[in-house]
Design a protein around this ligand. Structure first.
Ligand code: SF4
Ligand code: SF4
Length: 476
């Protein structure tokens, strides 16, 4: 393990398991990032700081150390929240470095057979396949809705499962009914005048666990002039794979998603889950070494927009009804640090009549969800969750607004555990509520199964894509 801080070395080619880690040379060891790092704040150790981890990654890449269990632990404890990137004056691309390190960790220390099997089932089997994921969600829904979950918990049967499954079971989100897990309509027409033809990422976990957020997103986009295309052929964007060290699978999923949205001929691709959006905006870096894909990836990455980023380019189109509630806003790491978006969601909330928005202390501090971090590092995740919950409760707000499924699960569970009657809602849901409470005509009906809020109205089959229109460069 490395304990000393070295002066910067001359730049030169450096790679970990074939992945470029050139950004390590930019670190000048100034330490400005340390106070902003949640793990350094909680643990107080140099090797659990961005600077310490960069030294570790650099030393691994230079072959000066081997990946010991201790080094692995320091790297595993990183949330990948990228708060260090936001404050770094040297522009160290920390997110890319930790992803490269995680590929190396999986190669060098893949863990037990059970762990490898679990990863294979999730990363290779379920996440890339909407159909298999849908079946798994249906099974979990049955487990939860039939009373089996209550029985298993009450009798302690859960404890008979191999570890760490008993610790993970309480973290399962409540799966919605089949109607909410069903695929979105492939085309939702825009309320006129049309502003753009927008591809919507429906996601993997997002689709089966938070289908209502996707539907709210499509309605809000349509109200704001977007013709919304949600191709059925789309699957996982690969963000969880990239963050979990499954580089080859992340590359394959990125190529598949680019192809799908190119075929859909959309102007922009809108994402309502922060980790997915940040990852898709980095497809150009992910595929930079592949001459056949480099330009396509660059074009695609430049077309990706976070939901708030897209909506906030214009004032919200009315009418918006009143939402008489006091809320606070939590910044998901991969929106505020990964995409540098913090003003836009607040600007949107400010346009909802009747809504009072109160500030949240440490709003951009990780809640401990961080992809699969709450599964792999439960103790640290719980400490961060408790800190977030305390900050939320101190605001006196009736609801927390955020924009990432992982944060929603993590904060809601923390609040529920303390019996705090505070809702956690997606930004799209709150905007949809405001539109739903306004006296306005129903959304135009069009080409396939548009659901009009509150009526469940559906419309005929799709026609071929229309000609060039809308704004910006098309993905395909
Ligand atoms: S702020 Fe940037 S340059 Fe300074 S120690 Fe942190 S990563 Fe290195
Ligand atoms: S990504 Fe987050 S947890 Fe990891 S070193 Fe940076 S600030 Fe710390």
């Amino acid at each position: 393990m490395v304990h000393t801080i070295e002066p910067p070395r001359a730049a030169g080619p450096l790679a970990l398991h074939g992945l470029d880690v050139e950004g390590v040379h930019r670190c000048v060891h100034c330490g400005l990032c340390l106070p902003y790092c949640p793990t350094f704040s909680l643990l107080g150790t140099e090797m659990d700081s961005p600077r310490g981890r960069i030294v570790l990654i650099k030393s691994l890449a230079e072959g000066r150390i081997v990946l010991t269990e201790s080094a692995k632990t320091h790297l595993d404890l990183c949330l990948g929240c990228r708060a260090c990137e936001t404050v770094c004056p040297s522009g160290v691309p920390y997110g890319q470095l930790i992803e490269a390190a995680r590929v190396e960790i999986e190669r060098e220390r893949p863990g037990s057979v059970l762990r490898r099997l679990f990863r294979w089932v999730n990363y290779r089997l379920l996440l890339p396949s909407p159909r298999l994921l849908g079946w798994a969600a249906a099974g979990l829904r049955f487990y939860q809705a039939s009373g089996l979950q209550r029985l298993a918990r009450a009798t302690g049967l859960i404890r008979l499962l191999p570890r760490p499954l008993p610790d993970w079971e309480p973290l399962l989100p409540a799966l919605p009914p089949a109607s909410e897990r069903a695929p979105l309509p492939e085309l939702t027409p825009a309320a006129e005048p049309q502003r753009a033809r927008v591809g919507l990422l429906t996601g993997c976990i997002q689709q089966v666990a938070f289908g209502s957020q996707n539907r709210a997103t499509a309605r809000v986009l349509a109200r704001n002039g977007a013709e919304v295309v949600a191709p059925r052929a789309q699957a996982c964007c690969g963000a969880l794979h990239a963050h979990g060290g499954e580089h080859a699978q992340a590359v394959a999923l990125a190529k598949r998603l680019i192809e799908v949205f190119e075929a859909a001929r959309v102007d922009v691709v809108v994402v309502n889950a922060s980790g997915c959006g940040a990852h898709m905006k980095a497809y150009d870096a992910l595929l930079a070494d592949d001459p056949a894909w480099r330009e396509r990836a660059r074009r695609f990455a430049s077309s990706v927009r976070d939901l708030a980023e897209f909506l906030a380019t214009e004032p919200l189109r009315g009418p918006l009804g009143s939402v008489r509630r006091t809320v606070t806003y939590h910044d998901p790491c991969h929106i505020v640090h990964g995409q540098k978006i913090s003003r836009q969601p607040r600007a949107l909330l400010a346009q909802i009549p009747g809504l009072t928005v109160v500030p949240l202390a440490e709003a951009d501090w990780c809640c401990g969800s961080a992809g699969t971090y709450n599964l792999t590092q439960p103790e640290m995740a719980q400490r961060l969750q408790a800190r977030k919950v305390a900050n939320v409760r101190a605001t006196g707000a009736e609801a927390v607004v955020t924009a990432n499924p992982g944060c929603i699960i993590q904060i809601a569970q923390g609040l529920a555990a303390e019996g705090a009657p505070i809702q956690v809602v997606h930004l799209a849901e709150l905007l949809d509520e405001a539109y739903g409470s306004a006296p306005h005509p129903p959304l135009p009906t069009g080409e396939r199964g548009v659901e009009t809020r509150g009526t469940g109205a559906r419309t005929p089959e799709p026609s071929p894509p229309k000609g060039e229109r809308g704004q910006g460069e098309r993905v395909g």
